[in-house]
Design a protein around this ligand. Structure first.
Ligand SMILES: Cc1cc2nc3c(=O)[nH]c(=O)nc-3n(C[C@H](O)[C@H](O)[C@H](O)COP(=O)(O)OP(=O)(O)OC[C@H]3O[C@@H](n4cnc5c(N)ncnc54)[C@H](O)[C@@H]3O)c2cc1C
Length: 494
């Protein structure tokens, strides 16, 4: 019987896991979380994607309370700058463009109109989120049609979830883990020893110890599938700066000579970082490059973080489930890590092994988690592969590298037929694939002939109506900053 869950680690992963388990299953479980103040957390991870809102609703987290506590701003997408080519710019917005038919997605009609000279615009003009982001506008209400996510302060988010979890009965133990004890015949984890001499027993252990993977790797030697041949960046340097301009409602991702830079606007500060490949750029040069390209005064010393892109061979091994950085890492280009944490704990709750752990449940969990990681991996590789940049050795490598067959097939399908799809259970929707492919210069050779059946005047009218509906919605929205001040002004100290 599984009754006592021990969560090792109190970063974003540990506290999301603790909050979800205690809110949903607190009456059935005893939950203990161990964290070490001396070791600390990775301290980054501040941009999210829309499914976070659904997860918060499941946990009955009040949006305004959460945003006030974490200095959060709204996020409508990501602005990609210099990715396809130097000087290029596109937005990966969270919404849908236009209106599809059952036979053909909207972009087929738009491509047809462009070919006939009936449209001379960007596909983003048919998407509310895209236009609102460009205009720096935002508002939400319970029946809002807008798809959005948040930028948030990672440290304050963990603190916010800790408070909820402790109120729901989670026991927090502060201390450094020094030893993990396994059953000598099964290899299952039995207990965790702390520096203080305390030993904590458990039935199920969740490894949220970050890149260290104290349980899943250092103890159970699960193994790691390395994807750095497709995603060669292996380092990041992060620094926080003062906010000197109103927060924009999107993340900025600016491609640089040997990687890319993020800019994440919070209410009280800005998070900045440079993700880079250490084969081409030293840590010292990376720090210099980042500091040259930030706006506002640095609030901290630049901090270097090393990582290896890939995933654990098993996410669940024996009686240990890895959630967060201990389970694998995909660089934050599409802000997917917090989402993967939320999916990991949701899947664990759905499959929770109350009456014992068996292979079928473990295999199912591992397969679903692995598929999810691979689908996101392909989407991220697309950004590097679909470039015409050849101005540095790093970009030449990315442009010419081999890619997974799954991604190659998708790219070919789009180039030949303008077909994009969202596979079963996949995170990224058709519009996401489209925006990145076309945004980075992959234009299809043809489109669905169904679009040609629409008479020219109907097609013109159809597009015109959609565009004016989007413009009407966006015109009515307030400025992002104005809405934040009235809806969720930061309640903490700066
Ligand atoms: C450069 C970078 C940028 C990122 N940006 C984003 C983003 O924009 N969006 C997004 O969704 N994600 C992002 N991520 C990922 C995100 O930061 C992580 O998914 C998230 O912070 C979860 O981390 P974690 O809790 O798994 O690990 P950590 O934060 O490292 O926490 C590990 C915990 O384990 C504890 N611990 C470790 N060893 C011991 C020990 N011996 N004894 C006791 N306790 C121990 C630590 O004290 C800590 O509490 C980014 C990651 C990186 C590296």
């Amino acid at each position: 019987m599984i009754k006592r869950v021990v969560i090792a680690g109190g970063g974003t992963a540990g506290w999301i896991t603790a909050a979800a388990l205690s809110i949903q299953m607190g009456e059935l479980l005893e939950i203990i979380l161990i964290e070490s103040d001396a070791i600390g957390t990775v301290g980054v991870g501040e941009a999210s994607i829309p499914p976070m809102r659904t997860f918060h609703k499941l946990l009955r987290i009040d949006e305004q309370e959460f945003m006030k506590a974490t200095s959060a701003t709204f996020k409508l997408g990501i602005s990609f700058e210099n990715w396809g080519a130097l000087g290029d710019h596109y937005l990966h917005a969270f919404g849908k463009a236009g209106k599809e038919t059952w036979l053909a997605d909207f972009h087929h009609f738009w491509l047809c109109a462009k070919e006939k000279g009936l449209a001379n615009d960007e596909i983003g003009e048919y998407c509310i989120e895209h236009q609102a982001a460009k205009a720096n506008k935002f508002a939400t209400s319970p029946d809002s049609p807008i798809s959005y996510a948040y930028h948030l302060d990672a440290g304050r988010y963990a603190g916010f979830l800790r408070k909820i979890s402790e109120e729901k009965g989670v026991t927090r133990i502060e201390g450094k883990i020094t030893r993990i004890n396994q059953n000598s015949s099964t290899g299952f984890i039995e207990s965790i020893d702390l520096e203080s001499g305390l030993s904590i027993k458990g039935d199920l252990f969740v490894d949220c110890t970050g890149f260290r993977g104290l349980l899943i790797e250092q103890t159970l030697h699960t193994g790691y599938e390395d994807w750095s041949h497709w995603l060669p960046c292996d380092s990041a340097v992060a620094v926080q700066t003062t906010a000197v301009e109103p927060a924009i409602p999107y993340t900025r991702s600016i491609s640089r000579d040997y990687g890319w830079q993020w800019r994440i606007p919070l209410q009280h500060r800005v998070g900045n970082g440079l993700v880079y490949c250490s084969r081409y750029l030293s840590d010292e040069k990376a720090k210099e490059n980042l500091l040259q390209n930030v706006v506002g005064d640095p609030l901290s010393q630049p901090r270097v973080i090393k990582f290896k892109t890939g995933k654990r061979r098993k996410f669940w091994n024996k009686n240990c489930v890895a959630i967060g950085l201990s389970s694998g890492f995909l660089e934050p280009l599409e802000s997917t890590s917090i989402h993967l944490i939320m999916m990991g704990v949701t899947r664990l709750m759905q499959l929770f092994p109350f009456s014992g752990i068996n292979d079928s449940i473990v295999n199912h969990y591992n397969q679903a988690s692995s598929d999810e990681f691979e689908q996101i991996r392909d989407f991220i590789i697309l950004h590097y592969k679909a470039t015409s940049r050849e101005d540095t050795a790093f970009w030449r490598f990315c442009k010419n590298m081999e890619i997974p067959d799954t991604l190659r097939q998708r790219m070919n399908l789009f180039v030949e037929n303008a077909q994009a799809y969202q596979a079963g259970g996949e995170l990224f929707r058709v519009d996401s694939w489209l925006q990145v492919m076309m945004g980075q210069g992959i234009m299809p050779k043809s489109y669905h002939p169904f679009a040609r059946l629409m008479p020219d005047n109907h097609l013109r009218e159809f597009l015109g109506q959609l565009k004016s509906q989007v413009a009407q919605v966006v015109n009515r929205l307030p400025e992002h900053e104005t809405f934040i001040k009235s809806y969720c002004a930061f309640s903490g100290t700066k």
